[in-house]
Design a protein around this ligand. Sequence first.
Ligand SMILES: [Zn+2]
Ligand SMILES: [Zn+2]
Ligand SMILES: [Zn+2]
Length: 126
Amino acid sequence: MKRRTTSSTTEILDLLKASGNAMSHDMIQSSLDSKVDRATIYRVLNRFCEDGKVHRVVGDDGKQYFAICSNCGAKKQVHSHNHIHFRCLQCGTVECLDRELSIPLPEGYVAKVHNLVISGFCNECS
Ligand SMILES: [Zn+2]
Ligand SMILES: [Zn+2]
Ligand SMILES: [Zn+2]
């Protein structure tokens, strides 16, 4: 029996809120004790991204990570993510760092989506 979509939706959102970090599908699935099937997790996460509740980060490991949207777009007209992400090579944590980013682009170019992930050692592991 599948769980109702509404409850897995709430569960995944609560999980991301509680974690405060970005989580991959695998991390989410193991935290939910595999109560929610993989397809549901994918669908729910995609919907969160569309709704602007969550943003997606692609790590240097090629995996997708999802983090709750907190201060992105709140004060601006456009929902944008220009903060830096950090992936720890030791503990595997992917964090949203509250550091604004501005990349010098050639004139006439407008940045909309940033997907910057820096890998290294976090303050716990360094
Ligand atoms: Zn966002
Ligand atoms: Zn670490
Ligand atoms: Zn982020």
